[in-house]
Design a protein. Structure first.
Length: 834
C-alpha cells in the first residue's frame, strides 16, 4: 500500500508498507518523498498513465494496470487501485494506492495470445500449402504469415548451398536481420556456427530465449543487438524425407519460446515441408498429365499421331478446306511383306524399322502435312496446302524414296530394304466424312496390293468408285468363307511367370480362304458386320471351350480361355447371351471365361458399357482391358472400370531390349495393377530375354513369341505336355540382370531410408564388381572405359555416396545415375544385338 500527499505539488509518497518493498524491491527510505512515476523506469509512455493523471487532477478513484520496473531493473505488471482521502472540509488531502503484482497473470495471457497467434498462422499455412503454385512465393508467404502472428519480429527460410554457406530463400518481418546470423558456413565446430547452421547440422530444433546473454553466440551478438533481437529459434524443414532448409524466427522479447510456442513452430516447419512435398507432387502430376495428354493422341512407338489424334487433325483440316478452298490428299500406307521382318528377325526389329521409316516419312513431307500411325504397319498421310493436284506426285515420290531407303536393324549387322503400297483419296473430290475417307483410302490400298508387284509397279493408287465393287467382292468372299465354316482358332498361352504355370490361352481367329491360306484377323474382322462379329465371338468361344475341356480330360490341365469381344456386342447385351449359351451347352464354368475389350474403344466412356461389363462379371466372367497404354484414355479412370485383368500393349514390351528404361514404366503399371487388385499381363514378350526380364521384374503374367507362337489346338496340346520341362529358362542376359537390380535397388532405398539399422542386409553392393550386372560386364569382356561400364560404376559410386550421407541423402542423385545407366544400356543393346 502507498499513501501520497495530494496537497504537495507532485504527489510525493508519504507512506509505503513492507509489501510495497517486497513487490518493487525499493526500501522505504528510497521511496518516500518521490512521485510514483519513478517505478516507470525507462519504459515507454503508457496510455494507462493518462487515466492516473486525470484521477489525481479530478480527485477521484481509478483502477489501471501499469508496466513497472523493480529496483533491480526487472519489469513487472502492477494492478493499481487509487482512491482519494478527504479532510473535514471535503478537500482531497491524500491518495491511497493499493498495488498488486499481476506479472504472472500477464505472462500467462501473453503466452496464450502468442499461442493463439501461432495457431492462426498455422491455419493460414495450411491454406497456403494447399493453394501454392510457386515455390518462392510459398516460402515468402509462410514467413509473412508467421510474422503476422504478432509474436515474431522476423522469419526466414535458409538452406545450405554447395559451398556450405547458408543461402537465404525467403525473409519477412519488421526486424532487419543481417546475413551474419544465417550466412556462416555449416562446416566447422559448433562453437563457430550460427544457430541456423547448428540446426542444419543437428537436424533438430534449437532456440535461445536470451540470445544476447547466452554463451556460444558472442560473434553474432552485435548485429542481432542492433536489430533489436532478444530471442531466436530455428527448426529444420524436410522435403521428400530429407533435410532441405531451416525455418528461423526472432523476437524482440526475452523468454518468448515456451514449450507450446516451440511445439507450434515445429509444426509450422513440418507444414512447410508438407507444402514442399505437395508442390513436388503437383509438379510431377502436371508433368505426368502432360505426358498422358500427349500419349492420348500419339503412338508411343513412333511418336506419330495415333487414331484419336488423327481424327482431331483431319476434322480441322477438312474444315479449313471447306472455308478457304483447296484440296487434301488422305492416304493409307502399309509395308509389303512386313510380316516377314517380324517372323525372320523378331518384333523388336520390326518396331525399329517402323520407328526409322516413320521418322524418314516425317522428314519427307512438309511441316503442314501430317503422318499418323493407326496400328501395325498402317501409316496415314494427310497432305494439305498444295497449290495444284500436279504437286501430289512429286510429294508421294519423296515418300516412296524415304520408305525404300535401306534400314539397318538393331545390331547393325542386318540391312533390309522394304517397299510399301499407298491408297489415296482426295477431298473434296471425295466429299465423305473423315472415317469414310479413311475407308476409301484403305480400299484403294487394297486394290493396289492385289496387283502383281515389280520394280516399276505403281507405288500408289487414287480411290475411284469402281474400287468399291472390288471391295464388295472381297467382302462377299470373307462372309461366304466364314459362313462355310472357314473359321480356324489358334491359341497363344499366357504364363504365370513366378511358377511357370500356364493359366490361360487366348483364342485368336483365322479365316481359311479355301486355297489353303489363312487370312489374319485384321484383314477380315472389320468386314463381317455386327451380326458377323457376334457370330465370330460365339464360334470362337464355343471352339475354345470345347478344346479346353479336351485338354482337361487328356492332360489334367484346367485353363481359362480368353476371346476378344467387339464393344458394340458388349454394349448390346449380345455378348452376355453368347456366354450364357456357351456355359449351359458345355457345362463350362463362367469364371474360366475371359472377355477382352480394347482400351481405346470409345465404348468404355459410356455408363451403359460399364453396366454391361458389370453384368458379365456378375454372371462370373472375367473382364480384361486389352492393349493398355496404346491410347492412355482409361489409365486415368481405370480404378472405376469393372475389370479383372489389364493387358499391357505389346509395343511397350517388344522394345525393352532397346529401351531398358521402359522397365520402369512396366514396373509402375504392374504395381498399379496390384494396388487395384487386378491381374496384370505383359503382351509382346517376344524373346526369352524379355520373358526372364519380366520375371525378374516381378511381373505376374506374360504372353508372346518368347513363350509360344499362336498355334492350332492339336499343336497346343503337345506344347502343353512339354512345357513343364522348359518353363524355367536359364537366360540371365543383361536385360534380365537390369530388371533384377531395379527391384533390388528399390527395396534397398526403402530399407536404407526407413530402417537404417538394417543396412547390412542390403542387396546392392557398393562394389560394382560384386553386382550381377558387373559380373555380366566382366564376362562380356567390356573394357574399363566402355560407356556402359563407366555408367555402371557411376551408379555404384552414387549409391556409396548416398549411404554415407545417411539421413541427409538426396534420393534424386541415385535416380539420375540410374537413368544415365539405363540409357547407356539401351545404347549398348541396340548396337550389340545382345
Amino acid at each position: 500500500m502507498t499513501v501520497a500527499d495530494a496537497r504537495a505539488g507532485d504527489f510525493p509518497l508519504v507512506y509505503v508498507n513492507p509489501a510495497f518493498t517486497r513487490i518493487t524491491g525499493y526500501a522505504e527510505a528510497q521511496a518516500l518523498g518521490r512521485n510514483c512515476r519513478f517505478l516507470q523506469g525507462g519504459e515507454p509512455p503508457q496510455a494507462s498513465m493518462d487515466e492516473v493523471r486525470a484521477a489525481l487532477r479530478e480527485g477521484r478513484s481509478c483502477s489501471v494496470e501499469l508496466r513497472n520496473v523493480r529496483a533491480d531493473g526487472s519489469p513487472f505488471w502492477n494492478a493499481l487501485s487509487l482512491a482519494p482521502v478527504r479532510d473535514e472540509t471535503g478537500a482531497v488531502s491524500h491518495f491511497v494506492g493499493l498495488i498488486t503484482d499481476v506479472t504472472e497473470r500477464h505472462a500467462l495471457e501473453a503466452e496464450h495470445e502468442s499461442t493463439q497467434g501461432l495457431y492462426r498462422a498455422l491455419l493460414a499455412e495450411e491454406e497456403l500449402v494447399l493453394q501454392a503454385t510457386d515455390l518462392s512465393d510459398m516460402l515468402l508467404e509462410a514467413c509473412v504469415r508467421l510474422t503476422a502472428s504478432g509474436l515474431f519480429g522476423a522469419a526466414l527460410v535458409a538452406r545450405a548451398g554447395p559451398r556450405g554457406e547458408m543461402d537465404l530463400l525467403a525473409q519477412a518481418g519488421s526486424m532487419h536481420i543481417g546475413e551474419d546470423w544465417y550466412r556462416p558456413s555449416v562446416i566447422g565446430e559448433d562453437a563457430e556456427q550460427s544457430l541456423a547452421a547448428r540446426v542444419w547440422n543437428s537436424k533438430r530444433l534449437q532456440f535461445s530465449n536470451d540470445y544476447l546473454n547466452e554463451p556460444g553466440y558472442e560473434k553474432y551478438r552485435e548485429p542481432m543487438r542492433q536489430a533489436g533481437v532478444r530471442s531466436v529459434a530455428s527448426a529444420p524443414v524436410f522435403r521428400g524425407g530429407y533435410r532441405w532448409a531451416v525455418l528461423g524466427v526472432v523476437s524482440g522479447q526475452v523468454g518468448v519460446f515456451t514449450p507450446d510456442v516451440l511445439e507450434l513452430l515445429e509444426r509450422v516447419a513440418r507444414l512447410v515441408g508438407h507444402g514442399l512435398d505437395a508442390f513436388d507432387l503437383r509438379r510431377r502430376l502436371q508433368q505426368e498429365h502432360r505426358h498422358i495428354s500427349w500419349l492420348a493422341e500419339h503412338d508411343p512407338l513412333t511418336g506419330l499421331l495415333n487414331r484419336r489424334g488423327l481424327r482431331l487433325h483431319l476434322e480441322e483440316a477438312l474444315s479449313q478446306v471447306d472455308a478457304r478452298g483447296g484440296f487434301i490428299a488422305v492416304g493409307i500406307l502399309d509395308f509389303d511383306d512386313f510380316k516377314q521382318i517380324n517372323d525372320n528377325y523378331g518384333h523388336a526389329a520390326g518396331d525399329a524399322l517402323l520407328r526409322t521409316v516413320a521418322a524418314r516419312m516425317v522428314e519427307a513431307v512438309r511441316s503442314s502435312d501430317t503422318v499418323a500411325r493407326l496400328g501395325g504397319d498402317e501409316i496415314v498421310l494427310v497432305l494439305q496446302g498444295m497449290a495444284a493436284r500436279e504437286d501430289l506426285a512429286p510429294m508421294l515420290d519423296r515418300v516412296r524414296k524415304a520408305v525404300a531407303a535401306p534400314v539397318s536393324l538393331p545390331g547393325g549387322e542386318r540391312i533390309v530394304h522394304i517397299q510399301a503400297s499407298l491408297g489415296i483419296t482426295i477431298y473434296p473430290d471425295d466429299s465423305s466424312e473423315p472415317d469414310e475417307l479413311l475407308r476409301h483410302a484403305d480400299q484403294a490400298l487394297y486394290a493396289i496390293k492385289q496387283q502383281p508387284r515389280s520394280f516399276d509397279a505403281p507405288f500408289w493408287r487414287v480411290y475411284q468408285p469402281a474400287i468399291d465393287r472390288d471391295h464388295f467382292n472381297h467382302l462377299r468372299l470373307v462372309r461366304e468363307r466364314f459362313a462355310a465354316g472357314g473359321l480356324r482358332v489358334h491359341y497363344q498361352p499366357v504364363v504365370e511367370l513366378a511358377s511357370g504355370r500356364v493359366v490361360e490361352v487366348e483364342a485368336l481367329a483365322r479365316l481359311d480362304n479355301g486355297a489353303g491360306q489363312l487370312i489374319p484377323p485384321l484383314d477380315f474382322i472389320h468386314q463381317l458386320g455386327r451380326d458377323g462379329l457376334i457370330s465370330l465371338t460365339s464360334a470362337a468361344l464355343n471352339q475354345a471351350v470345347t478344346d479346353a475341356l479336351r485338354w482337361q480330360r487328356t492332360l489334367g490341365i484346367e485353363l481359362n480361355v480368353a476371346v476378344n469381344v467387339d464393344p458394340v456386342n458388349l454394349a448390346s447385351g449380345e455378348a452376355l447371351a453368347v456366354v450364357k449359351d456357351t456355359v449351359v451347352v458345355h457345362g463350362f464354368p463362367a469364371r474360366r471365361i475371359v472377355l477382352e475389350v480394347l482400351e481405346h474403344s470409345d465404348f468404355l466412356s459410356f455408363a451403359s458399357a460399364q453396366d454391361s461389363l458389370a453384368e458379365l462379371r456378375a454372371f462370373g466372367c472375367r473382364i480384361a482391358l486389352d492393349d493398355i497404354g496404346s491410347a492412355y484414355s482409361s489409365l486415368l479412370r481405370m480404378k472405376e472400370l469393372p475389370i479383372d485383368i489389364i493387358k499391357l500393349d505389346q509395343s511397350f514390351i517388344r522394345g525393352l531390349a532397346e529401351r531398358p528404361q521402359d522397365l520402369r514404366f512396366v514396373q509402375s503399371l504392374a504395381q498399379l495393377a496390384r494396388s487395384l487388385g487386378v491381374d496384370f499381363v505383359a503382351e509382346g514378350a517376344e524373346t526369352e530375354d524379355i520373358v526372364e526380364a519380366l520375371r525378374a521384374l516381378r511381373v505376374p503374367q506374360a504372353q508372346g513369341f518368347g513363350i509360344a507362337m499362336p498355334m492350332p489346338a492339336d499343336a497346343l496340346g503337345d506344347w502343353l505336355a512339354a512345357w513343364p520341362q522348359r518353363a524355367q529358362s536359364s537366360s540371365r542376359g543383361l536385360l534380365t540382370r537390369i530388371a533384377d537390380r531395379l527391384v533390388g535397388l528399390d527395396m534397398d532405398l526403402l530399407i536404407a531410408s526407413s530402417r537404417p539399422e538394417l543396412l547390412s542386409t542390403l542387396s546392392t553392393s557398393v562394389n560394382p564388381q560384386d553386382c550381377v550386372i558387373g559380373q555380366w560386364l566382366q564376362e562380356a569382356g567390356l573394357g574399363e572405359q566402355h560407356p556402359l561400364v563407366l555408367a555402371h560404376a557411376d551408379l555404384h559410386a552414387m549409391f556409396r555416396e548416398w549411404l554415407a550421407a545417411g539421413a541427409d541423402a538426396d534420393g534424386g542423385m541415385i535416380q539420375s545415375a540410374l537413368d544415365h545407366f539405363l540409357r547407356a544400356a539401351g545404347d549398348y543393346l541396340r548396337t550389340s544385338g545382345d
